[in-house]
Design a binder for this molecule. Sequence first.
Ligand code: GTP
Ligand code: MG
Length: 198
Amino acid sequence: MRIKNARFLRSESAITKNYAGFNVPEIAVVGRSNVGKSSFINMITNNGKLAKTSSTPGRTRLVNYFMINESFVLVDLPGYGYAKASKSEQAVWEGMITDYFAESKNLVGIILLVDIRHTSENDRQMFEYLYTYNIPVLIVATKLDKIKKSEKYQKVLNISSFLKVGKENVYTISNQTREGKEQVLAKLEQLLENGVNV
Ligand code: GTP
Ligand code: MG
């Protein structure tokens, strides 16, 4: 798939929380705080300024909607598991994530991002939670540029055994070097096709 254009549509907050969506298929990007969700959206859309990123975790505090190729919507969600945020802040973000899943009407696929260097208990819980929604989940390990090429195979195995999925189901990407982009875009296209056919 080629992404030809991408534009910001709307943000929802924990107060406005209108997560119904836009009558086109929707794909949500989920993952721990700082894993690279917003960077991932910018990388695949070739627009470094589309979604706001930050080296400090907890940057995305809204549910942000982006229209892609005027045909489907990508959703940038707040991250979970940011240990330095207060309990009440964490609860607000987690509430936004669960409300979003319960209320989105057009969700056809989820991209779960994990850090290639370390998965956490939070990631496993999120994966199990997503499973209950019966929506295809694409697992993508980010920050591929942070490890040696020789470590990649073992890291992918670690993630696959931790999440109890086949290693062929774990995709890898660098939002910095763009390595892995084509494979993930091909898979994203598949998610969309399966989604609209169901
Ligand atoms: P929250 O909005 O806080 O949940 O974070 P996020 O998941 O949206 O992360 P974001 O895209 O803001 O990226 C967090 C930091 O990681 C930034 O400093 C990015 O530049 C960096 N980053 C993201 N992806 C990669 C990657 O693939 N490689 C490297 N080296 N850095 C990355
Ligand atoms: Mg973000």
